[in-house]
Design a protein around this ligand. Structure first.
Ligand code: MN
Length: 231
């Protein structure tokens, strides 16, 4: 026991820590599964969604199945990247399980721009593109810590390399190679959500008052107007 610290204070501290850890993540399921359905007549209301009643034999293997994540996605867009997210809306069986999966395709120099998942940590593996059995593609990835110091943690990933992006922190993935690249990511929520910084700040509907953004970013109002037109 620490000298000079009353025993009840230590007990209180331990209790406070235990309580603060209790409700931080997607809840653990209280049943084997809770396959999402829009049909309230044959469903059970659990955790914000109607779930298929397992007793009615409405649940099948297809509720836990998705096919086609091997197919390359079209990346012909201004950013040169496409995210295919398999969340609870795509695989109904993910409901209440606290997990989802993404495929990210990158054109050469394609970018998955700075963004946040408000409800999920992301673990990503650079897979590369198989051309003549050689794995290609190089991803420059990183995340920035909160305002305590805004530290950038960054890495260059080659095929097979894995990187973690903690929940709620701004992060990005950039294909710095001259070939296509592919990555897969697990996310610790059935619905991790995404906030793309540039779109949210400069492309909100209705637009944020340009004076607010000019001051916040220490930029000329004309630059803000240009940015707001872009997004
Ligand atoms: Mn992400």
């Amino acid at each position: 026991m620490m000298k000079g610290v009353p025993r009840y204070l230590v007990t209180l501290l331990v209790l406070a820590l235990a309580c603060s850890l209790a409700s931080a993540y997607d809840p653990s399921p209280l049943q084997d599964f809770c396959v999402s359905t829009n049909d309230s007549a044959s469903g059970v209301f659990v955790n914000g969604k109607f779930c298929k009643d397992p007793k009615l034999m409405l649940v099948s293997a297809n509720d836990f199945f998705f096919s086609g994540l091997n197919i390359p996605r079209d990346t012909s867009n201004p950013l040169g990247s496409t995210v295919t997210l398999l969340n609870v809306d795509k695989i109904l069986g993910l409901n209440t399980l606290g997990i989802s999966l993404a495929r990210i395709d990158f054109a050469p120099y394609g970018l998955n721009p700075p963004h946040i998942h408000p409800r999920g940590t992301e673990i990503l593996v650079g897979v590369g593109v198989i051309t003549l059995v050689v794995l290609e593609g190089t991803l420059l990835v990183g995340f920035v810590t909160s305002n305590t110091d805004n530290s950038l943690f960054t890495k260059v990933l080659n095929a097979g390399d894995v990187f973690v992006f903690p929940i709620g922190l701004i992060h990005f993935q950039f294909n710095s190679g001259h070939t296509n690249a592919v990555a897969f990511a697990g996310l610790s929520s059935q619905n991790p959500g995404v906030i793309t910084i540039a779109n949210a700040v400069f492309g909100s509907n209705p637009p944020i008052n340009p004076d607010v953004l000019a001051k916040a970013f220490q930029l000329d109002r004309n630059v803000i107007n240009d940015l707001q037109k872009k997004f």
